[in-house]
Design a protein around this ligand. Structure first.
Ligand SMILES: [Zn+2]
Length: 598
């Protein structure tokens, strides 16, 4: 983008980050970064028990990470915005090698912290330059205590490229090329790419869903042995590494990543299981609406009530609606959102060449946020806008914090975004101009979310937990994977699924099980969903008086565990099933309204 290109309201501006891609300021920034990563890596590799030098390397690493994050976020924005830009792609590949260098640097740092005795470590924590970073430094040391020697960690990282991550790449390659012949309800047959199957199974026409499900099952069955080998390989590698690193349980690492305890996870699942009838009621209602005694797996993501046929929303209208909802419930959020629009921090223009999806990103280096999405004029897009604005506001609240106290785990990330969504939705629901058709549609959408978070994702978690337990004693064959999958679905869905309604191949179909970068990808989303339900219930009860506590909650997300954040700002005990039960029951009024519809 050059200075004389006019910017339309739905295009973002990135000029405050760099004047342009490959401009002199950009090139100089890159060169300085390479030089400084290299210099700091040498210092980190030489660290011994010198408390002052360790503290100084941590401080310098924090500043370096800000610069690296700034460039990485910039490239992420450019490549999403223009997916075919090869120069950007090549810089993205380049920065990932720099990030790998920085990862080695942080491993040295963690190792040095782990080698310190408790007294010396206290001295590090008391260093004035590290005030506010104590939580992050403690986590670094904790991680350092569960790593192998630097040589073995380096070997594992190298082997993972061709081992662990190769299984993930094989999954992507194999499934990315999958196509299946499908006969449509009108009789014509088409070759359908697997990527389209999920959309077809979300179609209102049940015959279409059924055809896509059955025809689309074949490639998974054909490749079941390969996919099972991959899944066993991924889990087996992880279990070996955990053993070598002295990590006793396969849930320890995902829990550490989520900054939460096993007690909280167990309490959350206990409450979900004891309240499973609530979301099941939504599924029974959906079955009544479609006129079947229960649902099939291919019915689960389909709306039972279509969006009313209204003219597409314009971008300006959507922004005005979000602004109204935010401003009336939470004026500071409204003001921040308007600021984002004025400063052109949101990219929403529908245009070929953009990558699909939506995200919020930001830079600690410039203290600015950006939202990326593509506007198609639907209510769903408007909800996405509110979701991403919720994320951006979270970063904004964290601005006064130092960088090491501003990065939060996935468990706490989705809380703010869901909160943003809920403000918009409750604003829409309370709007006197809301049509009955739109209201029914929104209720149905809300129930689809409840199903995803309170039934489907917990089912994935229970399956994965059982699979990892069995994998501990040997390879789990295809037949057992499918059996385990069906059994878990049967247990959690109960009678809401038809007798032949399970999907035994879901272990192969769901990409999340095959992600190699994160283990147990799913439960943090349930955690974030329920936490935001709990926060929003309190907001509804206490009104504006609650908002300072909400902000205190957000401000603390980078400097304490989930349990501490909840206890100190909400007085809530996440290890108690009662807390989660209350959050689950918050969906009941919406459920009752939904039941009335049928
Ligand atoms: Zn999100």
């Amino acid at each position: 983008m050059t200075a004389d290109t006019p910017i339309t309201p739905d295009r973002w501006s990135l000029e405050s980050w760099f004047s342009a891609f490959a401009a002199p300021d950009y090139i100089a920034f890159k060169a300085e970064l390479v030089r400084d990563v290299d210099a700091l890596r040498n210092r980190a590799a030489k660290l011994c028990s010198d408390v002052q030098e360790i503290a100084q390397v941590i401080v310098d690493f924090e500043a370096l990470s800000d610069r690296l994050g700034h460039l990485s976020a910039y490239l992420g924005c450019l490549s999403a915005d223009d997916a075919s830009n090869e120069a950007v792609k090549s810089d993205e590949a380049w920065i990932s090698t720099l990030e790998a260098e920085s990862a080695k640097l942080s491993a040295s740092l963690r190792g040095a912290l782990a080698a310190l005795d408790d007294g010396a470590f206290e001295q590090v924590l008391l260093t004035p330059a590290l005030t506010g970073a104590e939580h992050a430094v403690k986590r670094m040391r904790e991680e350092g205590r569960h790593q192998m020697t630097p040589e073995l960690e380096a070997l594992a990282a190298d082997l993972n490229v061709n081992g662990l991550h190769a299984w993930g790449r094989l999954y992507d390659t194999l499934t990315g090329k999958m196509v299946f012949p499908m006969t449509f309800p009108d009789g014509h047959t088409e070759s359908v790419p697997m990527a389209r199957r999920r959309a077809l199974m979300s179609e209102p026409d049940r015959r279409l869903r059924e055809a896509a499900f059955h025809a689309g099952q074949k490639p998974w069955l054909d490749h079941a042995d390969t996919l099972a080998a991959g899944l066993n390989g991924i889990a087996g590698t992880r279990l070996n590494l955990y053993k070598r690193r002295g990590i006793p349980h396969f849930l320890d690492t995902p829990l550490f990543d989520g900054a939460m305890s096993r007690a909280s996870l167990d309490a959350m699942l206990e409450a979900i299981h004891s309240h499973i009838e609530l979301p099941r009621r939504a599924l029974r209602t959906a079955a009544r609406l479609q006129g079947t005694p229960a649902l099939h797996y291919f019915d689960l993501e389909a709306p039972q009530i279509a969006a009313p046929e209204e003219k597409p929303l314009s971008w300006d209208e959507a922004c005005a609606t979000v602004d109204r909802a935010f401003s009336s419930a939470y004026p500071k959020l409204g003001q921040y959102f308007r600021g984002m629009l004025q400063q052109r921090w949101i990219e929403a223009q529908p245009r070929p060449g953009k990558r699909p999806g939506a995200f919020c990103t930001g830079t600690q280096f410039k203290h600015e946020e950006r939202i990326y999405m593509t506007w198609h004029g639907t209510v769903h897009d408007m909800v996405t806008l509110a979701h991403e604005a919720g994320h951006a506001w979270h970063s904004n609240v964290l601005r006064p914090a130092r960088s090491m106290a501003a990065s939060y785990p996935m468990t706490l990330a989705e809380t703010a975004s869901n909160f943003g969504e809920m403000i918009l939705l409750s604003g829409l629901m309370g709007d006197p101009a809301l049509t009955p058709g739109m209201k029914a549609y929104l209720l149905d959408q809300e129930m689809l979310r409840a199903h995803a978070y309170l039934i489907n994702i917990p089912m994935r978690y229970e399956f994965e937990k059982a699979f990892y337990t069995e994998r501990g004693t040997g390879e789990v064959p295809v037949s057992r994977l499918s059996e385990l999958m069906s059994e878990t679905q049967r247990q959690i869905y109960g009678d809401t699924l038809l007798a032949d309604g399970t999907d035994p191949m879901f272990w192969a179909y769901k990409m999340h099980f095959h992600i190699t970068g994160v283990s147990f990808y799913n439960f943090p989303y349930v955690f974030g969903y329920l936490l935001s339900q709990a926060l929003f219930a309190r907001f509804k009860e206490e009104g504006a008086a609650f908002l300072p506590r909400y902000e205190a909650f957000l401000a603390m997300t980078g400097s304490a565990t989930c349990e501490e954040v909840a206890r100190k700002t909400l007085g809530a005990d996440l290890t108690s099933p009662d807390f989660w039960a209350e959050a689950i029951r918050a969906i009941e009024p919406t459920l009752v309204e939904y039941e009335r519809l049928s």
